[in-house]
Design a protein around this ligand. Structure first.
Ligand SMILES: [Zn+2]
Length: 237
């Protein structure tokens, strides 16, 4: 599975037409060089033959790594939780247990790739990132830190690192954490996101999703405490 489309693109600077190669889907297992091309952003770069003007093209691209069993659908600006494409589902019906994700922008796409290639669970990574972003916000005494990416993972030193983008200037701020917090997040996800794991189609697993799980986790803890106190009160009376 690898689809290339040749398109005539009009240069926004000199109006000359140059052909552009657009990859609508990529199979990383069979074409590993394309993986590197994407990460270096070369795949989306278009250059005018006439005046040399360069633009980054933005279009949907489906990335498939069969060996590591994940697919990422980069759809610029996509704003939905679930995308169930019946044609795609049918094409890959025999492939079970594949993680399928939506990515609304290139940074998210790159982060998902990094997570899955390192054998991590992106749901647990989002939970960890949410928790760490809150403690970074407290530390820097700002209201919230909403943007950040997993940028380092090292099993040997038992750490993972996030790069957060702070303020309007998007100043990078790197925070590393011990892997225990990731393990704890994984346990929460295993407990509370069972339904989401079974969902069909491509899913958006992001900060909003993590906030929702965290909310459910806190509510469950309160319910548990209330039930325990009620039981205690009953045994006293
Ligand atoms: Zn041009």
């Amino acid at each position: 599975m690898q689809n290339k489309v040749i398109k005539e693109i009009i240069c926004p600077k000199c109006s000359q037409v140059t052909q552009g190669k657009l990859y609508t889907s990529i199979n990383a297992t069979n074409h590993p060089h394309l993986r590197n091309e994407i990460l270096e952003e070369n795949l989306f770069r278009w250059r005018c033959h006439s005046c040399g003007h360069e633009v980054m093209l933005s279009y949907p691209m489906l990335y498939n790594d069969m060996k590591k069993r994940f697919m990422i659908y980069l759809i610029p600006g996509v704003d939905r939780f679930q995308l169930a494409d019946s044609e795609l589902e049918e094409e890959f019906a025999n492939l079970k247990g594949i993680r399928k994700r939506l990515a609304p922008d290139f940074n998210t796409f790159r982060e998902k790739l990094f997570i899955f290639e390192n054998g991590l669970d992106d749901m647990a990574v989002e939970m960890t990132k949410l928790a760490i972003s809150q403690s970074v916000a407290r530390k820097l005494d700002i209201r919230e830190v909403t943007e950040g990416y997993l940028s380092m993972y090292d099993r040997e030193s038992n750490t993972m690192g996030f790069t957060f983008l702070i303020g309007i200037e998007k100043e990078p701020y790197i925070q590393s954490v011990r892997l225990e917090i990731y393990s704890k997040s994984l346990a929460i996800v295993d407990d509370l996101a069972e339904k989401d794991r079974a969902l069909k189609g491509f899913l958006t697993i992001d900060r909003e999703w993590a906030k929702n799980i965290l909310y459910r986790y806190k509510r469950k803890k309160i319910e548990f405490r209330t039930a325990r106190e009620a039981a205690k009160a009953e045994s006293k009376s």
